[in-house]
Write a protein that binds this ligand. Structure first.
Ligand code: HEC
Length: 141
């Protein structure tokens, strides 16, 4: 009996944490995250041009840590129609793009570390392509 209650309490705590995490992502937060990623991309570009692996690594780290935060903002979550659209189409798209950007950032770093700057640059442009894919599609939401 006691154990069951503990499980219920744990579930409640985990549940409410999830709820808290799902809220509080504002448009300002998302814009800040976007600007962070734009800066990271610039840093990566500098790293490529100045042939500096540390700068590239710093950039890909920020990029990988920030892209996973991108999601619908509170306003979209609270608007049933928009949120349904997010859940049906855009959340899937977002997850896919997030995964691709993280993978490509990892590959970029590895190729550059291996001395293949040309391949690293190709990964760079693929990442920008993913950013733009969301931006272009997003304008229709
Ligand atoms: C899943 C969708 C999505 C992806 C992926 C995405 N963005 Fe965005 N981006 C947005 C949205 C939505 C906005 C508009 C933010 C707002 O005004 O609420 C935006 C806006 C921006 C802005 C303008 C911010 C401002 O100051 O107004 C920049 C810069 C930006 N994104 C950079 C990037 C970069 C760089 C990447 C890729 C590494 C990227 N974005 C990937 C959805 C995305």
């Amino acid at each position: 009996m006691k154990k069951q209650w503990l499980q219920v309490a744990t579930a409640l705590i985990i549940g409410s944490t999830t709820l808290v995490n799902a809220e509080g992502y504002t448009q300002a937060d998302r814009i800040a995250d976007m600007q962070k990623m734009a800066q990271a991309m610039q840093d990566i570009q500098s790293g490529l041009l100045y042939n500096n692996l540390d700068i590239i690594k710093a950039g890909t780290k920020v990029l990988k840590d920030t892209i996973i935060k991108i999601r619908p903002i509170d306003e979209e979550v609270n608007n049933k129609d928009i949120y349904e659209k997010w859940l049906n189409n855009n959340l899937k798209m977002t997850n896919k793009i997030q995964k691709k950007i993280r993978n490509k950032a990892q590959t970029l770093e590895e190729r550059f570390a291996d001395g293949d700057a040309v391949q690293a640059l190709q990964e760079y442009s693929k990442i920008i392509g993913q950013c733009m894919q969301c931006h272009v599609r997003l304008r229709k939401w």
